[in-house]
Design a binder for this molecule. Structure first.
Ligand SMILES: Cc1ncc(COP(=O)(O)O)c(C=O)c1O
Length: 411
C-alpha cells in the first residue's frame, strides 16, 4: 500500500461507515433537473436547490441555450484571452448596468471569480480581512495569496457579521491597504450581513469592501439586485462578486467594480486567464434570465418573499429551530448528526429532499437540514414538506431537542 492508498483509506473511514448504514446523503444522481426532479425513478421535491427564482428550467432559457449551441456549440476551446465572443461582452455590459457598477467581468465560476480577484489584488502591502465564517472560495483565494513567496498579504479574521470586530481588525492592521471580504447572505445559516455598518467602518478606515452576494442576487432588494440594493448602499460597495449558479440558472462568476479595477483583475487573475471561457449557451441562458429580471424582477422577488414568509411562519409554529436565519434560506437545526441523517433519509423516502449538513460542513452540535425556499415551490410542496418534517421531527426528537439515546450503531 502506498502512502496515498493509506491516506485515502483512512480518510474515508466516516464515509464508509455512513455508506454501510445506508444514510450516505451525497452525490445522489438525479435523472432530471429543477426543484421538481426525479431521483431513483421517483418524483422528488428538492428543497436544497439554489434555483431561487425558479427560472433555471424556464422554456425561454432552454430555448436561448439551444440557439447558442447551434452557433457556438458547448465550448470555445480556450480561455477568454483568445476566446471572447460578442455574447460575453454584451452580457458584461448589461450586467454592469443592471447591478449598477461601472464594469463587469464574467468568470467561468463564482469560485474562480473570488479566488482570481483576491489573488490579483493582494500583495505585501495588503491586509485581507475576512469574516470567520467565510465561504471556501474566500478562504482559498486568501490561502493562495498568502502562499505567494515575498508577496504574501497579512490575514485577519473578524467575528461573524460583527462591525465592531471588523473595526478592531482594521484599526490594528499592519499593512496600509485593507481588503474586507464578506458575504451578503451566509448560505449555511441564512443570515444576512449588516452591510450599512460594514460600509461605514470601511469608509472610516480607508478599506476596500468586497461583497460576495451569491445568495443575495435575485433574492434581496426590490429588483433582486441584492443586499446592496436592499440596504440602500448603491454606489458605496466598491467591489461585488456574484454567480450564475443560483438565481441565474447556470454556472459562471460575476465581478463588478470600477472600470480600471475590473480591467486590472482581467489582466492579472490567474483563475480567469488560465481556465476555459464560459460556454456561450450558458451566457445565453443567463442573458435570458437578465431579460426576465429587467422586465418583472420585483414581482418575482415578491413571490419568493411571500413563499418564504409562509414557510418560516409554519416551521416556527411547528416548533423548529431555524438558527440565525432571516432569509429564504432556513436551516432546520437538528443539532445532532444522527438526527440530521435520519431525517434526510426519512424525508427522501417520502419524496422530499433536504440535504443534511454535518461536521465538518458545520460545527459539531450545529448539524441541520438545508431548507431553501424557492419561487418554484408550490404551496402544496411546502405543505407536504411541513407535514413530513413534523412527523419525522417528532420521531427523531428534532423539535423537542431531546437526546436520541444510545442506538445499536455507534456514530
Ligand atoms: C457565498 C458563495 N460564494 C461563491 C460561491 C461559488 O459560486 P460558484 O458555484 O459559481 O462557483 C458559492 C457557491 O456555493 C457561494 O455560496
Amino acid at each position: 500500500m502506498s502512502w496515498v492508498d493509506e491516506k485515502a483509506y483512512n480518510g474515508l473511514a466516516l464515509v464508509r461507515q455512513v455508506r454501510e448504514q445506508q444514510v450516505y446523503p451525497h452525490f445522489r444522481p438525479y435523472e432530471t433537473g429543477g426543484v421538481h426532479a426525479t431521483l431513483y425513478g421517483k418524483p422528488v421535491v428538492n428543497f436544497s436547490s439554489n434555483d431561487y427564482l425558479g427560472l433555471t428550467m424556464h422554456p425561454k432559457v432552454k430555448e436561448a441555450a439551444k440557439r447558442a449551441v447551434e452557433r457556438f456549440a458547448c465550448g470555445l476551446s480556450s480561455s477568454r484571452v483568445q476566446a471572447t465572443t460578442t455574447a460575453h461582452i454584451e452580457l458584461e455590459e448589461r450586467l454592469a448596468k443592471w447591478f449598477g457598477w461601472e464594469s463587469c467581468l464574467l468568470f467561468t465560476t463564482g469560485y474562480q471569480a473570488m479566488v482570481g480577484t483576491i489573488q490579483s489584488l493582494s500583495d505585501r502591502d495588503t491586509t485581507l480581512v475576512l469574516d470567520n465564517l467565510s465561504h471556501a472560495c474566500i478562504l482559498d483565494g486568501t490561502f493562495l495569496a498568502a502562499g505567494v513567496p515575498v508577496q504574501s498579504p497579512e490575514v485577519r479574521y473578524f467575528n461573524h457579521n460583527s462591525a465592531k470586530s471588523l473595526e478592531r481588525c482594521l484599526k490594528t492592521r499592519e499593512r496600509k491597504n485593507a481588503l474586507v471580504l464578506m458575504e451578503g447572505i451566509y448560505s449555511l445559516d441564512g443570515d444576512r450581513a449588516p452591510l450599512k455598518d460594514f460600509v461605514e467602518v470601511c469608509e472610516r478606515y480607508d478599506a476596500v469592501l468586497l461583497c460576495d452576494d451569491a445568495h443575495g442576487t435575485g433574492t434581496l432588494g426590490k429588483h433582486g439586485k441584492g443586499l446592496t440594493e436592499e440596504s440602500g448602499m448603491e454606489g458605496r460597495v466598491p467591489i461585488m462578486i456574484s454567480t450564475f449558479s443560483k438565481t441565474f440558472g447556470g454556472i459562471g462568476g460575476i465581478l463588478l467594480g470600477k472600470a480600471d479595477v475590473v480591467d486590472y483583475v482581467k489582466h492579472n487573475a490567474r483563475a480567469f486567464l488560465f481556465s476555459a471561457t464560459l460556454p456561450v449557451p450558458i451566457v445565453a441562458a443567463a442573458s435570458t434570465i437578465l431579460d426576465m429580471m429587467e422586465a418583472e424582477g420585483p414581482a418575482l422577488v415578491q413571490e419568493l418573499h411571500e413563499k418564504s414568509a409562509y414557510m418560516r411562519k409554519c416551521l416556527l409554529q411547528l416548533g423548529f429551530d431555524l438558527g440565525k436565519s432571516d432569509t429564504h434560506i432556513m436551516p432546520v437545526m437538528c443539532r445532532d448528526q444522527r438526527k440530521a441523517l435520519f431525517m434526510h433519509v426519512a424525508l427522501l423516502e417520502s419524496g422530499v429532499n433536504m440535504v443534511p449538513i454535518t461536521y465538518p460542513g458545520c460545527k459539531e452540535g450545529e448539524e441541520r437540514l438545508r431548507l431553501n425556499v424557492t419561487r418554484g415551490h408550490t404551496k402544496e410542496d411546502m405543505d407536504q414538506a411541513l407535514e413530513l418534517l413534523d412527523t419525522y421531527g417528532k420521531v427523531f426528537y428534532v423539535q423537542s431537542g431531546e437526546d436520541l439515546g444510545p442506538m445499536e450503531t455507534s456514530w
